[in-house]
Each structure stands twice: as structure tokens, then as C-alpha cells.
Design a protein around this ligand. Structure first.
Ligand code: ADP
Ligand code: MG
Ligand code: ZN
Length: 508
């Protein structure tokens, strides 16, 4: 497997990777240059009009929200926002582009040079040899972010396995044609498949937090192309690159790049040359194959879109977009660590999704920052498991922040044990009742009355002379067994800390 050979190859060659990431602005109501709705799927060719069908005489009107979203993304990726920009026509002989050109941006995109810092840790860190396997941060420069329109969709029908070559005929659906599409291009600063994966994952989180797209790699609203070449360590010239397409998951992106690096190394090791070409990742076969070579590359014959005037963004307007930038996951994580004293891993998991983070913060506001850690445990544990199991959004969760805060407070006050709290949570999920009410109803109150606990401890000690003798002879690990006996005696309602304390005193 290529993945297994990757570490060996990376000892002899340095990989150079640049990503091109397309994000459909699915959160917007309308297409890029017309008023047709932006929605996934639907009856083919029902979300179309003269503009997105490219009928003669139809004129494009740029979608203001799409322009703003792209500039907002540019600000999130620390890009320079261009004071002067414009759309270009990219001539494109494809049946899924009704105009036979795509309106895109060329040498004057909305956003220029920027960067994104990625953190690499765990097993993935070992791919970058110079850091000796330790966690590290790498800054990846962003070349540009521009805006264009998406193409329609081809469906190849009949023939062998629906392959283009074997298909009887092809159908085209223009529902997607004209969907606002943002493209981010990175500099070739990425050095390992793991870094590429982290970059794409972080980009996705940022786009989700900006609220511009649903970023679904399965549905194709986020599409990543990987450009990759290799060279000997210390070399400054870039090697010949290949471009890999069709990865519909982060794992596929990682594995396709790993495969390509190993394949290129084999070519060079045998004295061959890497051919510049576009390759296709076959998920099932776990390998790439030639899609088209550079010789077949298109000459796009870009020229300025004559139906639209250029854009001139004033400094004030750019600032007004900057003011809209929401808190992003990195900043939120830092804040959670600082204000709530949370460990980095908890803070990271809690801060990725804006709604989830807001839910957690609401619960902390109610229970107090001193209970942030147990709240984090509940939010990331049982609460997340419930959201996943029932596929509900945070906003629709039956367990409200107030209920979770109350549960943590009841446990903290010693009213119920942690074990009982799990039962209470399960019941909160099914009944939607508040934890206090459930505890009342079920008579679950934890017994913290020392008199009752002492009586139960005395009964257990009297009934277990052998264990008592062993314990007193030094086998103190028996304490767990004793606690269990007392808890059984008290039908699980004894306060475990008190039970433990009284047992140790009486046995000692
Ligand atoms: P193309 O004209 O073939 O599309 P670009 O120069 O526009 O190439 O670059 C496309 C992407 O490929 C960018 O992300 C860039 O960083 C990356 N890239 C360019 N050259 C190389 C190379 N030699 N090796 C790896 N990636 C590269
Ligand atoms: Mg390209
Ligand atoms: Zn339309």
C-alpha cells in the first residue's frame, strides 16, 4: 500500500503540494448572476432561467452577497483585498456550461496573498521528518481567492458501469449551473499529505463558521484538487507536478496525495520523468490514473467580461465587511482555555462549531466557570453522543443548556452521584424533563446522611469477616469491593466519596 511506503519515500524526497479548493456558496439564496435558487438536487433543469442557461441577450447581474462572502473569506484567510478587481470570461467547450464560457476571475481576483496556520500533531506529525515527530505549526500561504460560477452536472447513462466511454448517452442538468463558487488557491507550501488534510479541514471549519456554505465533500459543495510534485531535499527548483481530482473525503485527499508521492518516487527511481497531467483518484482501487495530459490542456482565452463593470472597493467598504467577521475557531479555543481553564483538546472540540460553542457557553454562564470542565465532559460526551445518535441539530436538542447546567450543579452539590447523573441524562433525552424533576420523581437523591452510611458500613463489615481480615493484613485494594458492597446495601444511593471515607475510617 502506498500509505505504508510513504514514510520511506519521504526520507528520500521532499513532497511539494498546493491545493485548489472550490466552495459552493450554498448558504446564499440565489445564483451568481441571476435570481434562480441555490439548492442541492431537485428535478433536473427546473432551477434555471435565460441567464444561467446562457440564452442569447440575457445579461448577468452579480450577486452582492456572494461578493461580500468572498471578501469576508479573504479577510478570514488574512488576504489582501484588491481595491480594483473584475470578472473575466474563461472559454470552456464543455456541455455542462451552457454559455460555452464560465464567468470567473483571472488576473484581478477579489483577494490576493494571505495565509493560514495549521497545527499538525499525533501520527500525522511524523510525516514531516525535520520536526522529529513532534507537534508543529506550519504557515501555508494563500495565493488568492476568487469568485466564479459553477458548471452544470453531466449524468452518463447506460453502457458499462455508467462510465463515460461505455455510456449509451449523457444527460445534462443545469440546476447547479451558475451557483456561486469560491476558489481558494494555496501556494505550494504544503509538505505532507497530512498537512494537506489539515489545511482542507481547517478551511472547511472556517467556511462553516462564516456561514457561507454547507461544505459537503460528499455532495460536492466543497471540492479539493491536489497539485503535487517531489524533489530531492535541499533542491530549490520545483519538480514537475501532477494534479489529482475527485477526492470526496479528507481521507481520500490524504490517500490520493500519498499514492501520488510514492508513484512519482517510483518513476524517478527508475530513471523516468514525471509527466505533467491531471489524474483521477479511484477510491475503490486506491490509485490514481491519467485523466488528461498537459498536451490536451485548454487554452481558455480569458478576456474581461464585457457585460459587467469592474469592482472598486473602498477602504470603508472593506472595513464594513471586516466588522462582520465572526469569532473563528482558533480564537474561540484560546478564549475557552483562558476564561474557563479548559485543556487544549476540550477547548478545540468545543470551539469548532459556532452553535455548539454557543450552547456550551450558555450552560457555563448558568452554572459558573468553576463547573466548565464537568460541563465540557457532558457536552463532548453524552450530549454529543445523543446529537449524533438522533441526528438532531444543537438548536433542536431536547436537552437545553439550562438543563445541562442544572444537572452538573446537582452532581456538584452531591445530590446525585455521577452514575445516577448518567441515568438522569438518559431520561432527560427521552422525556425532556428537567434533571431536578427527574431526581424528585425517581427518588434518586443520593444519601449523604452519615448516620445512614455508617449503619450500612457496619452491616457490611459484620457480614464480611474474611475480607476485613485480609484488608487489615494489608490487602487495601479490597476497598473497591467494600464500596461496592455498601453501595448495594444502599441501592446505589450512597454518596461514593462519603462511603469511601467512612469505610477507610472504620476498617483502618
Ligand atoms: P496551473 O496553471 O497548472 O493550474 P498554477 O500555477 O495555477 O498551475 O498552480 C495551481 C496549484 O498548483 C497551486 O496551488 C500551486 O501552489 C500548485 N503548484 C504549482 N506548481 C507546483 C509544483 N511544482 N508542485 C506542487 N504544486 C504546485
Ligand atoms: Mg489550476
Ligand atoms: Zn438562472
Amino acid at each position: 500500500m502506498a500509505k505504508d511506503r510513504l514514510p520511506g519515500v519521504l526520507e528520500r524526497y521532499e513532497a511539494v503540494i498546493g491545493l485548489e479548493i472550490h466552495t459552493e456558496l450554498t448558504a446564499l439564496n440565489s445564483k451568481m448572476f441571476c435570481g434562480c435558487p441555490v439548492e442541492f438536487g431537485g428535478e433536473p433543469n427546473t432551477r434555471v432561467c435565460p441567464v444561467c442557461l446562457g440564452l442569447p441577450g440575457a445579461l448577468p447581474v452579480p450577486n452582492q452577497a456572494a461578493v461580500e462572502s468572498t471578501v469576508l473569506a479573504g479577510i478570514a484567510f488574512n488576504c489582501e483585498i484588491a481595491p480594483f478587481s473584475q470578472f473575466h470570461r474563461k472559454q470552456y467547450f464543455y456541455p455542462d456550461m451552457p454559455k460555452d464560457y464560465q464567468i470567473s476571475q483571472y488576473d484581478l481576483p477579489f483577494c490576493g496573498l494571505g495565509h493560514l496556520d495549521i497545527e499538525v500533531d499525533g501520527d500525522g506529525a511524523a510525516q514531516r521528518l525535520e520536526f522529529g515527530g513532534d507537534a508543529y505549526t506550519a504557515r501555508i500561504d494563500v495565493t488568492r481567492i476568487h469568485l466564479e460560477e459553477d458548471t452544470g452536472k453531466m449524468v452518463h447513462v447506460g453502457g458499462s458501469e455508467g462510465r463515460i466511454a461505455g455510456a449509451d448517452h449523457s444527460l445534462v442538468d443545469f440546476n447547479r449551473a451558475g451557483t456561486p463558487l469560491m476558489e481558494l488557491v494555496s501556494e505550494p507550501d504544503i509538505r505532507t499529505p497530512e498537512e494537506a488534510r489539515r489545511f482542507a479541514q481547517k478551511l472547511r471549519l472556517i467556511m462553516l463558521n462564516l456561514g457561507v456554505s454547507d461544505c459537503s465533500m460528499e455532495e460536492g459543495s466543497m471540492r479539493v484538487d491536489g497539485n503535487v510534485s517531489i524533489r530531492r531535499p535541499g533542491e530549490t527548483e520545483l519538480g514537475t507536478k501532477t494534479e489529482v481530482k475527485n477526492m470526496n473525503s479528507f481521507k481520500a485527499l490524504h490517500d490520493a496525495l500519498a499514492y501520488e508521492i510514492v508513484r512519482q518516487a517510483d518513476v524517478l527511481d527508475e530513471g523516468g520523468r514525471v509527466v505533467q497531467e491531471t489524474r483521477h483518484w479511484d477510491v475503490a482501487a486506491k490509485r490514481t490514473s491519467t485523466l488528461r495530459s498537459k498536451e490536451e490542456a485548454h487554452d481558455y482565452r480569458y478576456f474581461p467580461e464585457p457585460d459587467m463593470v469592474p469592482f472598486e472597493f473602498s477602504a470603508e467598504w472593506i472595513e464594513s465587511i471586516r466588522d462582520r467577521l465572526p469569532e473563528l475557531p482558533d480564537a474561540r479555543r484560546e478564549r475557552f482555555m483562558r476564561d474557563f481553564g479548559l485543556p487544549a483538546n476540550d477547548a478545540r472540540s468545543l470551539s469548532e462549531d459556532a452553535d455548539f460553542a454557543a450552547y456550551f457557553e450558555e450552560a457555563v454562564a448558568l452554572a459558573g466557570a468553576a463547573l466548565a470542565k464537568p460541563l465540557a465532559n457532558w457536552a463532548l460526551g453524552d450530549f454529543s453522543a445523543y446529537l449524533n445518535a438522533e441526528a438532531v441539530a444543537v438548536a433542536e436538542a431536547r436537552v437545553t443548556p439550562a438543563m445541562l447546567a442544572e444537572l452538573v450543579e446537582i452532581v456538584d452539590a452531591g445530590t446525585i452521584s455521577g452514575k445516577q447523573a448518567k441515568q438522569v441524562f438518559a431520561e432527560m433525552v427521552t422525556s425532556g424533563d428537567a434533571p431536578g424533576a427527574i431526581v424528585e420523581l425517581r427518588g434518586m437523591k443520593q444519601v449523604s446522611d452519615t448516620g445512614a452510611i455508617e449503619a450500612a458500613v457496619d452491616r457490611v463489615i459484620a457480614a464480611s469477616p474474611d475480607e476485613v481480615a485480609s484488608y487489615r493484613a494489608g490487602k487495601t485494594t479490597l476497598i473497591g469491593w467494600f464500596v461496592g458492597q455498601v453501595m448495594r446495601e444502599m441501592r446505589g444511593q450512597g454518596n461514593p466519596a462519603l462511603v469511601n471515607e467512612i469505610l477507610v475510617k472504620k476498617l483502618g
